[in-house]
Design a binder for this molecule. Structure first.
Ligand SMILES: C[S@@+](CC[C@H](N)C(=O)[O-])C[C@H]1O[C@@H](n2cnc3c(N)ncnc32)[C@H](O)[C@@H]1O
Length: 234
């Protein structure tokens, strides 16, 4: 029997914000795979898991994901990563890949599940939803994302300026993920649209290292961590 492949959302940072189902699956699954940075810093998702699971009782598999834009290198590296997971599954071992927030929202689990399924077409893939940084940040800020007829968009901040302007103009709330590297461009777009005072920035929402900025213009030129998003609410 092929093992089951789980994508387990472990929430935005506060270890109490994982679901009972995620907790059970993590307890029951012998192999826990996690995204690992090349330069050895700790895994945010694994830190949350280790609140509940004794790492010595599990097989822990750190997966390094390719960051290049070179299509050939990307394909080769993804294949290698999927192969690592597939080897446990074909031996009949269940594997839980843990991901911060929710596994079905801009998560490496999405592509990993696809590449693993290419290798093992009969594998059962199950996503365990997690509390996303998007909704967690709304709670942190005390800022409802949408009420009544309002609309909300979740947008990678790396989209081009015109697209950002269009989306910011058309929605009552916009959550910009992956904002850290393009913060100055986003600040210019907000200024052009007269929305600077409607924006808030959150880093590591709900984690003990969480930070919040309500005067985003002060962030011009700042270097913020990858786990940073911006909420713009009109
Ligand atoms: C690849 S996406 C993953 C989103 C994740 N699956 C989720 O549901 O929250 C990574 C981006 O999500 C945002 N993000 C994820 N976790 C965060 C957190 N705890 N606090 C603030 N932003 C976060 C950041 O914008 C980051 O660049």
């Amino acid at each position: 029997m092929t093992g089951r492949f789980y994508g387990v959302g472990v929430g935005p940072g506060d270890p109490e914000l994982i679901t009972v189902k995620a907790y059970r699956v993590l307890k029951e699954t012998p192999v826990i795979a996690y995204p690992k940075k090349r330069r050895g810093s700790r895994s945010y998702a694994l830190d949350i898991v280790e609140t509940y699971v004794d790492a010595n009782s599990k097989t822990l598999v750190g997966l390094v994901f390719p960051m290049t834009k070179d299509a050939a290198v990307l394909a080769r590296e993804w294949d290698r990563t999927a192969q690592t997971v597939a080897e446990y599954l074909v031996r009949g071992e269940d594997v839980a890949f843990v991901t911060e927030g929710d596994p079905m929202l801009y998560s490496t689990f999405i592509h990993l599940a696809r590449t693993v399924t290419d290798k093992i077409p009969d594998v059962t893939v199950t996503a365990i939803p997690g509390i996303s940084s998007v909704t967690a940040s709304a709670s942190v800020l005390g800022l409802p994302l949408a009420d009544g007829d309002e609309t909300v968009a979740v947008v990678p901040a790396t989209a081009d300026r015109e697209r950002l302007k269009t989306l910011l103009s058309h929605h009552d709330a916009v959550v910009l993920v992956k904002v850290a590297k393009v913060l100055d461009v986003v600040l210019e777009v907000l200024e052009d649209l007269g929305l600077t005072d409607r924006a808030r920035v959150v880093t590591q929402a709900t984690h003990q290292a969480e930070r919040v900025w309500t005067r985003v213009e002060e962030l011009s030129g700042a270097e913020l961590p990858y786990l940073t998003l911006m909420v713009v609410k009109k």
